[in-house]
Design a protein around this ligand. Structure first.
Ligand code: C2E
Ligand code: MG
Ligand code: MG
Ligand code: MG
Length: 275
């Protein structure tokens, strides 16, 4: 009996692994043609000045709708795009698309709107990366100061390697922010060495803010770091009115989250915030 049970468990386990592998192979195969098949799009999530509730910018978030797989989350496909190197072409598509959108918004009279895109470490390692951004920005005529790249704290493990690239990006006038701040377990010394403008407090510290006094302490400390190092601070994951009230009281300047809006398609963002 025990033997039989063991065998069943083994087979179940095997089937599960098989299924996971199958999904991964499918994603990899379909992702290869996602750009040319026009399956990628950007959603935008607004960022608000918490003192006056005005939209100050948007974060572009990648969406992928495939004919057989349906919508696949970036949480699932970005790591595969990174492992296969496809992130370089996909990431460039994201940057070009976001800058094209900025140009369109500018033409419609929505000026001074900051737009950020997320970046992978692989992209920073690509030798033509800075040139591509520089060319795209120059051709668009967009003010580079309105464009921002979000990198994550976990990339700081490679700080020596990426520092020269980040400095070149800074020289273009493009903003750099540290996403998911507080989750990277890295030394804080990189904060004074890197040419960054903004830190984004990870939403795991916001979620329980109202109940958990250690989260309040952490958020306060991050806000202090921001003030002392002259960095702007954005709170991610504001989901409730209580989150917002507390963050305002703590003096957090900028916020983003479902309370205001989830990431939405261009038409929707225009209808909601840009009319
Ligand atoms: P992220 O850059 O930290 O983006 C924030 C994620 O949290 C987004 O998920 C967003 O939809 C979600 N979010 C926003 N507000 C709230 C909130 O109030 N509550 C909760 N629970 N979640 C909220 P999404 O769009 O699924 O993206 C997940 C991650 O995928 C992003 O995290 C980013 O790391 C990555 N990603 C998305 N687009 C790109 C891209 O173009 N390039 C790269 N390299 N990574 C991307
Ligand atoms: Mg981000
Ligand atoms: Mg984030
Ligand atoms: Mg995050």
């Amino acid at each position: 009996n025990a033997k039989l049970k063991g065998k069943n468990t083994y087979q179940l386990y095997n089937a599960e692994i098989n299924e996971q592998l199958h999904r991964r192979v499918n994603i990899e195969r379909e992702l290869r043609y996602a750009v040319e098949k026009n399956e990628l799009s950007l959603n935008y999530q607004p960022k608000f000045n918490l003192q006056n509730n005005k939209v100050i910018g948007m974060e572009a978030l990648l969406r992928w709708d495939n004919s057989t797989l349906g919508r696949v989350s970036p949480i699932e496909f970005i790591p595969i795009a990174e492992e296969t190197g496809m992130i370089n072409s996909i990431g460039l598509w994201v940057i070009k698309q976001a800058i094209t959108q900025m140009k369109l918004w500018e033409k419609q009279g929505f000026t001074n709107l900051k737009v950020s895109v997320n970046l992978s470490l692989i992209q920073l390692r690509h030798r033509h990366f800075v040139d591509s951004i520089s060319t795209t920005l120059r051709q668009s005529g967009i003010d580079p100061a309105l464009f921002e790249l979000e990198i994550t704290e976990s990339m700081m493990e490679s700080v020596e390697e990426i520092l020269p690239t980040l400095e070149k990006i800074k020289q273009l006038g493009v903003g750099i922010s540290i996403d998911d701040f507080g989750t990277g377990f890295s030394s804080l010394s990189y904060l004074k060495r890197l040419p960054i403008d903004t830190i984004k407090i990870d939403r795991s510290f916001i979620f329980d803010l109202v109940q958990d006094s250690s989260d309040v302490a952490i958020v306060k400390s991050i806000l202090d770091i921001g003030t002392n190092l002259q960095l702007s601070v954005v709170a991610e994951g504001i989901e409730t009115e209580e989150h917002l009230r507390l963050l305002k009281d703590l003096g957090c300047p900028i916020g983003q989250g479902y309370y205001f809006s989830p990431p939405v398609p261009v038409e929707k963002i225009e209808e909601l915030y840009l009319k």
